[in-house]
Design a protein around this ligand. Sequence first.
Ligand SMILES: *[C@@H]1O[C@H](CO)[C@@H](O)[C@H](O)[C@H]1NC(C)=O
Ligand SMILES: *[C@@H]1O[C@H](CO)[C@@H](O)[C@H](O)[C@H]1NC(C)=O
Ligand SMILES: *[C@@H]1O[C@H](CO)[C@@H](O)[C@H](O)[C@H]1NC(C)=O
Length: 316
Amino acid sequence: MKVSSPGAAVEKVAGDGIKAWNSGGSHLLARRVMQLIMVLVGSAVLWMFLYSSASPFGSPTLLSHYFMDYSAKAEYDPKLKSVLRNASMKDNTVIITTLNDAWAEPGSIFDLFLESFRLGNQTKKFLKHLVVITWDQKAHTRCLALHKHCYHLETKGDNFTGEAFFMTADYLNMMWRRIEFLGSVLDMGYNFVFTDTDIMWLRDPFKRFYKDADFQIACDFFNGDSYNLDNYPNGGFNYVKSSSRTIRFYKFWFNSRSAYPKLHDQDVLNKIKKSAFISNMNLKIRFLSLIILAAFVSMQRTSTRSQQCMSIVVLV
Ligand SMILES: *[C@@H]1O[C@H](CO)[C@@H](O)[C@H](O)[C@H]1NC(C)=O
Ligand SMILES: *[C@@H]1O[C@H](CO)[C@@H](O)[C@H](O)[C@H]1NC(C)=O
Ligand SMILES: *[C@@H]1O[C@H](CO)[C@@H](O)[C@H](O)[C@H]1NC(C)=O
């Protein structure tokens, strides 16, 4: 299946559902969205399968020896400061995603991602607050061609250009570098919404975020209680407010990598979420009731990889 433009690809994903955002009445829209959900539910099973290797809920672990000197203030790249300042909302919030060459090619996920802001219901305004963190020069060039706020994150020794397959060493390094980076964004005084590039922004998530939480995160499995730490977090979408608590929490999370060298950030979070360190600091964690659905979209970016996994978040 040849998909030539991002617009066409969106239609491939959503059928007529997306068109209804522009033209239909609200009943028609609701029905179309329901149809879309039904179609995608099947694919979600496949997506869950991808995550089935994830460890079961771990027991709470006390990792007090991962305390560090939290008082030391790092020096940050003036370029990064400038990018964040330019993209920031009035309340110091930015929207952040990360991009490497594998997802940046024309007609690829990144185009769809940007398109979703334009197609969504009152989501276009968020584009001017979106900061795209690029892992390599090609992705950076592509970002600059399409978007205003791009920042190339230097990664010493690592090469994140190619597609980093789930749980390979490159994948793990990239995920952990991301956590470290997001921690520094908090340290610089910015709140952020982190969004994976394969999440389509069709609605305003700020209307659904909890007002009083420090750290709110999407789930792979939501058990109905947003406070319940047994929910299984999904690192692809979260909203974090900058405070001394969240800054310490991100350092703790990042430093916990060494205790679980084979796990990625999301599974480590799942291990440490009940730790005494976190409960003692009174970090307010909430889980978002998102239905995350996946669809395999035929993108035909290259001859070798014709399919990419895409998730669509529906706020319920
Ligand atoms: C867009 O969102 C507003 C409120 O958030 C809602 O009233 C309106 O019906 C939505 N429009 C569509 C086309 O769904
Ligand atoms: C931020 O905005 C200012 C003013 O528009 C501009 O001069 C500067 O180059 C921007 N910074 C970056 C990193 O794009
Ligand atoms: C990074 O890896 C890509 C292939 O994935 C390769 O083409 C490129 O030359 C590498 N870059 C560096 C700096 O090693």
